[in-house]
Ligand binder design. Structure first.
Ligand code: 9WN
Length: 420
């Protein structure tokens, strides 16, 4: 059924820059955090050594406080803005100063289990990466949930991986578009500007970056100065799923004390996530911590908690029914914004398009919550979109058109992983 596996592998090979994979040539010429974790899960299907290597190269960028940054600038390139000179993080290996969804431990468990099954497990490499993941999870809880609510907060939309999602519109409207750093966009020289965030988004992204650079990237200072602070359900759900995988790894690696510590953190997040269900919306909602309000914009994030929770049947059915409603009339699913909402834009990045990696998470969530049939439909839609249009960054859900960057690594990795 999946006939382009060799092509998918060729894309990962072409985007290899020496043990790490760039998302795509020119548009994204560095190592991105959650992209690499998805890519590592793709590699796990056929090259365990390379899968380990992907995570190891990402962990090279880890800060002493535990944060794994959203970009590691292993080699210079002038085809992306903002580069290391704008981030000013003074890390030995240049990195950005913010993070991205913690898919890392999910990838590590996948690599470990596949390696065990094929007799190729490497204990030392597993242990070193496990320790990096544990340090990062501890960072999430101390730096991004200092009050111990169980939900972790984002201080920058780029940390969500869903940069210009309508979910951020209300909160971002409070952030000035003025910047100290001149905004010299490179992205719109690579792809159609109508598929990208708008200039005012970039103004705000860089305004926040300047604010945190002025804090010397100190997490406590940033927490106090933050003009954008969202307790995000997509990130928290990924953290919990990754936390479950980390707990599994702690147990198999004989780290009983750490397993107990992780279990406590997981349980707190589990309860907090459950409390974000809104039955009148049939989805979960994030929380704007500065406004003290729910984030009610209808985006894919509302269903990502299925990945990490075992919902009662009625709740799972309500979420699945709402998801199905969004799919009506779509050529490719799953739309990242509710198609009937005013903020839906079929081609503009995170404001509507379907993304293979989001589908991957939703497919797992539907499986976990008793909707295997729907999961199979979502999987089929993802595979067909790729087979029709190629390994695009994302897809217009109304027309199916492949959009954004082409030859995209995580789309290739999703294709390989979904074959299984
Ligand atoms: C900023 C690399 C990354 C993804 C994000 C996606 C996009 C960057 C950008 O590309 O973000 O991090 O410059 O637009 O939104 O999810 O990790 O593929």
């Amino acid at each position: 059924m999946t006939k382009y596996i060799d092509e998918a592998k060729a894309i990962l090979a072409a985007n290899d820059r020496g043990g790490y994979t760039v998302p795509t040539d020119r548009l994204y010429p560095f190592q991105w955090n959650w992209d690499s974790a998805f890519v590592a899960m793709g590699f796990a299907a056929y090259d365990i050594d390379r899968a380990y290597r992907e995570l190891e190269r990402l962990a090279e960028g880890q800060w002493t406080d535990g944060m794994i940054p959203h970009i590691v600038f292993h080699q210079p390139s002038d085809s992306y803005f903002p580069g290391p000179d704008v981030w000013r993080t003074n890390h030995v290996i240049p990195t950005s100063g913010i993070t991205q969804p913690p898919v890392f431990a999910m990838a590590l468990r996948k690599i470990y289990e596949t390696a065990v099954a094929t007799g190729s497990v490497e204990n030392k490499r597993t242990l070193t990466l496990y320790e990096a993941a544990l340090k990062w999870h501890r960072w999430w809880y101390s730096a991004r949930d200092p009050e111990g609510t169980g939900l972790v907060a984002l201080l920058h939309p780029w940390e969500s991986g869903s940069d210009n999602s309508p979910a951020w519109d209300v909160a971002l409207a409070r952030v000035a578009t003025t910047t100290e750093t001149p905004v010299v966009r490179k992205d719109i020289g690579h792809v159609n500007p109508q598929m990208r965030p708008r200039d005012e988004d970039y103004g705000r992204f860089i305004h926040l970056l300047d604010t945190y650079a002025a804090c010397g990237w100190d997490p406590v200072e940033q927490w106090q100065q933050a003009e954008f602070k969202i307790a995000d359900i997509q990130t928290s759900a990924i953290l919990l799923k990754a936390g479950e995988d980390l707990h599994y790894l702690a147990a198999v690696l004989g780290r009983a004390g750490e397993a107990d510590e992780i279990a406590v953190l997981n349980e707190r997040t589990r309860q907090a996530l459950k409390a974000q269900w809104r039955s009148h919306l049939s989805r979960f909602v994030s929380r704007d911590l500065l406004a003290g309000e729910d984030v009610v914009a209808a985006t894919q994030a509302g269903f990502i908690p299925l990945l990490a929770l075992d919902l009662d049947e009625a709740t799972a059915d309500a979420a699945a029914a709402e998801m199905r409603r969004w799919c009506k009339g779509m050529k490719v699913v799953f739309p990242t914004t509710e198609p009937l909402s005013a903020s839906f834009e079929a081609k503009r990045y995170w404001r509507g398009p379907a993304w293979a990696i989001i589908n991957w998470l939703l497919i797992e969530g539907l499986h976990r919550n008793g909707h295997a049939g729907f999961a199979a439909e979502l999987r089929q839609s993802t595979i067909s979109a790729i087979e029709t249009e190629g390994f695009a960054e994302y897809f217009d859900p109304k027309t199916g058109e492949g959009c954004g960057g082409l030859g995209f690594s995580w789309t290739a990795a999703a294709y390989i992983a979904l074959e299984k």
